[in-house]
Design a protein around this ligand. Structure first.
Ligand code: FHN
Length: 584
């Protein structure tokens, strides 16, 4: 009898957190070619340094990872709380890191090491309860004739200008890709997913064909969104892309610990544990899986800083993973300044980046508790009756709280249970029910995110909501954005405009002249990029806040806000993350 309730994505949604491994013969040069540092990603060295195949392929003869230990790698991932492992079986350089009887350019037949590391990894994953998964570059293969980016064809043009001949590309899919996929899906037991990448030349029919081919070999094996043409079993967001708001459907973000995927001996730009936890929590609160990368060396070692970071995440997960695994996204459509929210059945998890320090007037006194009750947190808009509040780090002891309508005030200990991210749990009855309209938060601020705006577009406007949750391509003065929110406490507010950047690691164009109308009040002015927003999300695509001026809102109630552009600077137009009204 077929099981109609069987959902091949169930394990992946439960997992939320996985390990990505970029490992190949590019770890031998490790970012340097003929003594020169080669900019950009380590695994792209063949392309970026324009290395002919006859010079690159012999790197295989130097690849002898004698220190490789699958048990150690997988146990680090397991300790970090990761539930799946995706390793580069073949990256764009075309070298197979598994035993490929169909093509001798592989780790067993072309290196002195001569051993199939994937067998060891698959066995270690099975021992530790992780799903074994493969990355496979189906479109680009710099070593295979007919594929995108073949080294001889891109020497002058650069990969981005290269379009392979369709017939030869189809022949490459038949002669290299399909035989190797068959090997990957028959030699290593059950495979969780195939992580295809960079679909450029592939046609819709070919993406569909590859997806069906994978499913014909292992029906439950998932196919990543980058198989092309939105045909994946789940979607893949951009590299290191952290959406500004909720995303609909099943998505994953691949992300780096430093600035490369494949090992580079001179990349020491490691993210902090705090940034990584915030990214994990932020993505989880949006229902997005976090696939976090390590780039092992040619000796077979995961760099020690990577291990240290993963183990630190693991120590946090030991206490707090209940707020991550199998959770539902934040039920509110907006982010909170103090942290993020996830939900599971009759529980809400409040994940604090900023532990409440202010005392608004204590509602509870408890002289027995060390440190007393120093802070309070007010949560607005929860319509369920809270039964119990507690710290995930201390589930035995209830936290005092008062609920007045949809306002819950929780008393919190003076010292945060975790210096980086602390979790408060609210248990409630019945199905989760929250107020999803935009309203002023307990700290007085109002955030109007771009993705919640109504877009009133002028004729031929290019304004659109991009995948990262920002309004982008706003180049015309006939278009405007509109929101409604509930004002609880009137007053004077500073109006801040948070701009996203369309440019990688460069600020957006400043100098747009914008006009904001809120109820009867209006303010207009030039928005310059005054302050860079310090957030882990904005490391690769920076965000800047500029101040438009101040407005006074006299009476509580529902306020309509319109944002118009009087003048737009730069060619890319306005990329808008949010408008914030901050009590002046
Ligand atoms: O070009 C690759 C890159 O080397 C790396 O594998 C990343 C991981 O997501 N994917 C491609 C770029 O998006």
């Amino acid at each position: 009898m077929p099981d109609h309730n069987h959902d091949p994505l169930a394990w992946w949604r439960e997992a939320r957190f996985g390990l990505f491994i970029h490992w190949g013969i590019y770890s031998v040069p490790a970012g340097f070619w003929k003594g020169q540092p080669i900019p950009s990603l380590g695994e792209w060295i063949m392309h970026n340094a324009k290395i002919p195949l006859e010079e690159y392929a012999p790197l295989a003869q130097q690849f002898n990872p004698a220190k490789f230990n699958a048990e150690e790698w997988v146990s680090v991932a397991a300790k970090a709380g990761m539930k799946y492992l995706v390793i580069t079986a073949k990256h764009h350089d075309g070298f197979a890191m598994f035993h490929s009887p169909s093509n001798p350019y592989n780790i067993v037949d072309a290196t002195p090491y001569g051993h199939d590391v994937m067998k060891d990894l698959a066995e270690a994953c099975a021992r530790h309860g992780l799903r074994m998964c493969f990355y496979y570059s189906q479109d680009q293969d710099w070593a295979a004739e007919g594929a995108s980016g073949h080294w001889e064809e891109v020497q002058d043009k650069g990969w981005h200008g290269h379009k392979p001949d369709p017939e030869r590309f189809a022949a490459y899919l038949e002669s290299k890709v399909k035989p190797q996929l068959r090997e990957l899906l028959t030699q290593y037991g059950p495979i969780g997913l195939i992580w295809f990448d960079t679909p450029v030349a592939i046609t819709k029919e070919q993406s569909q064909m590859l997806k069906e081919y994978v499913h014909s070999l292992q029906p439950d094996c998932l196919v990543s969104g980058r198989v092309g043409h939105e045909l994946g079993d789940y979607g893949s967001l951009g590299d290191n892309m952290i959406p500004a708001g909720p995303v609909v459907g099943d998505w994953e973000t691949p992300a780096t610990l430093n600035d490369t995927w494949g090992f580079k001996s001179d990349d020491h730009n490691w993210k902090s544990v705090q940034d990584l936890l915030i990214l994990l929590v932020d993505l989880t609160s949006k229902g997005v899986n976090y696939l976090l990368n390590v780039g092992p060396t040619s000796e077979g070692l995961i760099p020690q800083p990577s291990i240290d970071l993963l183990l630190a995440i693991g120590r946090w997960m030991d206490v707090n993973s209940e707020a991550i695994y199998g959770t539902q996204p934040n039920p509110w459509p907006f982010e909170f300044r103090w942290g993020r929210v996830t939900a599971k059945q009759n529980k809400l998890f409040l994940l604090f980046y900023e532990w409440p320090a202010m005392v608004l007037g204590r509602v509870h006194e408890d002289s027995n508790r060390p440190g007393g009750w120093a802070g309070q947190h007010e949560l607005l808009g929860l319509r369920n009756r809270v039964k119990r509040a507690y710290l995930l780090a201390d589930p035995e002891n209830a936290l005092p709280f008062i609920q007045d309508g949809d306002r819950v005030t929780i008393s919190l200990p003076g010292v945060a249970p975790d210096p980086l991210v602390s979790v408060v749990v609210l248990d409630f009855e019945d199905a989760l029910d929250v107020d999803t309209s935009i309203y002023q938060q307990a700290d007085g601020t109002v955030t109007l995110p771009g993705y919640l705006a109504e877009m009133l577009k002028g004729p031929d406007s290019g304004m659109a909501l991009s995948r990262n949750g920002m309004v982008s391509g706003w180049k015309d003065t006939a278009s405007k954005l509109q929101w409604q929110f509930k004002l609880l406490t009137p007053g004077t507010f500073t109006v801040k405009v948070v701009l996203g950047s369309p440019y990688h690691r460069r600020p957006p164009d400043g100098g747009h002249v914008l006009r904001l109308t809120a109820g009867e009040a209006t303010v207009s002015g030039a928005v310059t990029c005054d302050e860079q927003v310090q957030s882990p999300r904005a490391q690769y695509f920076p965000e800047y806040a500029g101040t438009l001026g101040q407005i006074t809102l006299d009476a509580p109630g529902t306020i309509t806000v319109a944002l118009e552009a009087e003048q737009i600077a730069g060619e890319a137009g306005i990329t808008l993350a949010a408008v914030q009204l901050v009590p002046a």
